[in-house]
Design a protein around this ligand. Structure first.
Ligand SMILES: CC/C=C\C/C=C\CCCC/C=C/C(=O)SCCNC(=O)CCNC(=O)[C@H](O)C(C)(C)COP(=O)(O)OP(=O)(O)OC[C@H]1O[C@@H](n2cnc3c(N)ncnc32)[C@H](O)[C@@H]1OP(=O)(O)O
Length: 188
């Protein structure tokens, strides 16, 4: 399968990322607000958000199995979470990382583009644009803690953060490989 052949990487989490997911932080659940109403999305099931009010730093753990593929629903959840944190005056910074083993994010969900309607694809690509613009323009200090492979849309997500830290493992790959799938990103 082309998508499997594109990048196949594996390894374990570093101490840093284990630290990031420490349960000592108080848990805050993102609830669907603006974007969810527009897109008829449900609750944020694919994100675990830890917000430490004493430091003002939130950690967003992506837990959308198996590989954090960025579907319309997941993109919507990410946007809602960032929006909610931005509305919280005590939040200063956001660390984005993955709860899935070996993968930060496999990029855009290829199934969103396979045999779906033109209308659906339009909505999907608008959500992609909204996600990276929201991160890129966020007033929060954003850090991608890249604890696994991060091809294409995963790389895009990391690029739009202010800082990137990647686990030192030769099996993890990152880059804009989508042209290998015959895909050209649309104009924004
Ligand atoms: C500032 C910015 C301005 C401009 C931006 C410029 C450019 C932006 C470009 C944006 C365009 C982006 C396009 C994309 O993202 S297309 C998607 C590209 N992604 C890939 O090619 C990744 C493909 N996947 C892999 O290489 C591997 O799966 C991965 C992630 C390394 C994990 O490997 P492994 O642990 O071995 O797991 P499997 O391969 O067995 O996969 C498990 C399971 O997941 C399914 N899957 C994997 N990737 C995707 C995906 N992207 N979408 C949907 N599903 C995916 C896979 O099929 C398996 O499913 P199964 O049912 O068979 O178990």
């Amino acid at each position: 399968m082309a998508l499997r052949a594109a990048l196949r990487k594996s390894c374990a989490l570093t101490g840093l990322f284990c630290q990031l997911s420490s349960s000592r932080h108080g848990r805050v659940c993102a609830s669907p607000v603006l974007v969810a109403q527009q897109r008829n999305s449900s609750t944020a099931q694919n994100i675990k958000l830890d917000f430490d009010q004493s430091t003002g730093v939130a950690v967003m753990h992506m837990q959308c199995p198996p590989v954090n593929a960025l579907s319309l629903e997941f993109l919507t959840e990410i946007c809602i979470t960032v929006e909610k944190l931005e509305m919280d005056k005590s939040c200063r910074g956001l660390i984005i990382t993955s709860s899935q083993p070996k993968v930060f994010s496999a990029g855009l969900d290829l199934l969103e583009m396979y045999e779906t309607s033109t209308e659906h694809r339009g909505e999907f690509w608008r959500a992609v644009q909204e996600m990276w613009l929201k991160l890129y323009s966020s007033k929060l200090v954003t850090i991608a803690a890249i604890n696994g492979s991060s091809p294409a849309g995963g790389c895009l997500m990391a690029m739009t953060c202010d800082y990137r830290i990647m686990a030192d493992n030769p099996r993890y790959g990152i880059g804009l490989n989508e042209t290998q799938l015959g895909m050209v990103a649309p104009f924004w």
